[in-house]
Design a protein around this ligand. Structure first.
Ligand code: GLU
Length: 330
């Protein structure tokens, strides 16, 4: 599909544009569902890069995908040039865990930078009576589509809270469909690991059916936090979702969105993308409210794969290497 698109574009340009277009490289960024934060993140990054299209010879486009696991695999297979992926999934892929336990460590994966914080978000209809993870027993719950980041997060949270998947009626549909299913009373609850605020949770909390955001806390969750350093405590601000039943902020577990590529992607492309985002960070931060907390320093934390050499070239020039875990600087 992508090849057909590029061929059509080239044919189009042969007849319409100047010859400089022949030197242009098209790169695609894998994101997530259109109501999440990954999709606008891909849009924000591509907008920054495309402003300098002539200078770099790069044109970035965005693809809506199934999420983190899909993006990592597509970047490694060369189907996509860049992908947005959760920090925990970056760690698991690089170390051959979770979805990668059969394939083994994905040593070609490279980190570019971190982006916004994400929290494991559990939404339940008020009618279901669910007020805790443990109360999901016997309910119809969307645990996340294969390819998403949230699928493993929901399994971790359920098992840490003593709920077996056998105790639930599970669905594995994409997050984009979950608010509609909840409002149509086809499910009682859904998990989504996502930055806040986002359109998906706004949609889920704004319908006829009253909805609660459920805290992800308890002794089991404390053990989970101790066991996996890629999980951290997080808080979902209630003010983002005024129509939800909750009036207080909601405690949860968080990870980070990160930007990844394969080691086979050219240094020039990764350098250009990194430079545009970091040099214009103030403008970038205005593109989504979930970026409010971003700093040059925290965008270099939460990474597990080695830093791509193209990105590292920029971090050296900008004197940012001091913020990077030395083990990732090769
Ligand atoms: N964290 C989700 C995933 O990895 C995507 C969230 C989003 O699209 O903002 O699948």
């Amino acid at each position: 599909m992508k090849r057909l698109f590029i061929t059509l574009c080239l044919i189009f340009f042969v007849f319409t544009a100047e010859s400089t277009v022949f030197g242009r490289t098209y790169v695609t960024i894998g994101t997530g569902g259109v109501t999440g934060v990954y999709y606008p993140t891909g849009g924000a990054i591509s907008r920054m890069v495309n402003k300098k299209s002539k200078e770099y010879g790069i044109k970035a486009t965005v693809e809506s995908t199934g999420g983190s696991v899909y993006n990592i695999n597509a970047v490694l297979s060369g189907e996509l040039e860049f992908g947005v992926a959760q920090s925990d999934r970056q760690y698991q892929a690089y170390n051959g865990l979770a979805e990668w336990s059969d394939k083994g460590p994905q040593k070609d994966l490279r980190a570019v930078f971190s982006i916004h914080p994400e929290s494991i978000t559990l939404i339940a209809s008020q009618k279901s009576g669910v007020k805790s993870v443990a109360a999901l027993k016997g309910k119809r719950v969307n645990i996340g589509n294969p390819g998403s980041g949230q699928l493993q997060n929901s399994k971790d949270v359920l098992s840490a809270s003593g709920v077996s998947l056998n105790n639930l009626h599970t669905e594995q549909v994409k997050a984009v469909e979950a608010p509609g299913l909840l409002q149509d009373e086809k499910i009682d609850a859904f998990f989504y690991t996502v930055g806040h605020p986002n359109g998906n949770i706004k949609e889920a909390t704004s319908g006829r059916i009253k909805v609660r955001i459920i805290p992800i806390t308890g002794p089991g969750i404390d053990v989970l936090l101790k066991k996996h350093s890629y999980y951290a405590k997080a808080v979902i601000p209630a003010k983002f979702y005024p129509n939800a039943v909750d009036k207080d902020d909601i405690d949860s577990v968080g990870v980070k969105a990160t930007f990844v590529a394969s080691k086979n992607l050219s240094d020039e492309i990764v350098y250009a993308v990194t430079k545009e985002v970091f040099d214009n960070l103030d403008s970038f931060k205005k593109l989504h409210p979930a970026y409010a907390v971003l700093t040059r320093e925290n965008m270099l934390q939460g990474l597990s794969a080695p830093i791509h050499p193209g990105a590292l070239k920029y971090y050296k020039e900008a004197d940012l290497v001091k913020y990077i875990n030395p083990a990732l600087v090769q």
